[in-house]
Write a protein that binds this ligand. Sequence first.
Ligand code: AMP
Length: 211
Amino acid sequence: MKLILLGAPGAGKGTQADIISRKLEIPTISTGNILRAAVREGTPVGLRAKAIIEAGQLVPDDVIMGIVSERVAKDDCKNGFILDGVPRTIAQADALEEFGINVDCALCIDVPDDVIVRRMSGRRTCSECSATYHVESNPPKTEGICDACGGKLTIRKDDLPETVLSRLSVYHAQTEPLLDYYRSRGKLIRVEGEETIEATSKQVFKTLGIE
Ligand code: AMP
């Protein structure tokens, strides 16, 4: 299964990707996580991406495609993978096809903008392993500490309210056109992501036929 997760920032792509990844035993490739790790490590890609990410803008397509093509070539991707947060532009979607990365389906998690804005204010991200939590809907067992690795939970700079609004406008302008792109290829599936994590993953499993 090669799957793309679409949806606004904060729609729950990362959370659902983790759930599907465990169920199907295929890796998740999150360009956001890879970029944040590059920023932490101060690599050339990280240095190029830092200010762009913090402003809520998109990192250039060539950087993203370099990351993705390198990652999907790894051995653990041979039975499939989940792309979380990529493609984000039509140019990236075209580049995936040109690279021969043909996905089985694009799953969009629909959440209204006002819910996104509320949700993002409670999001906490592990500074070590990038796992995400929510102070109300998905709290860690110990406040401020990652369940998975014990790392410190932080608020991502790009989750601050003013940046969330610009990320949403970037999403509507540049990423939403991908819905028509994958619809016209007969690959688009949509689920409601406004309710709980469990309710969303139930729909996801059903639409993917993996209940
Ligand atoms: P995410 O964690 O997916 O919300 O990504 C965080 C930030 O990383 C985005 O706001 C962008 O600045 C950058 N980013 C992640 N994936 C992409 C992508 N496919 N194309 C361009 N920029 C990206």
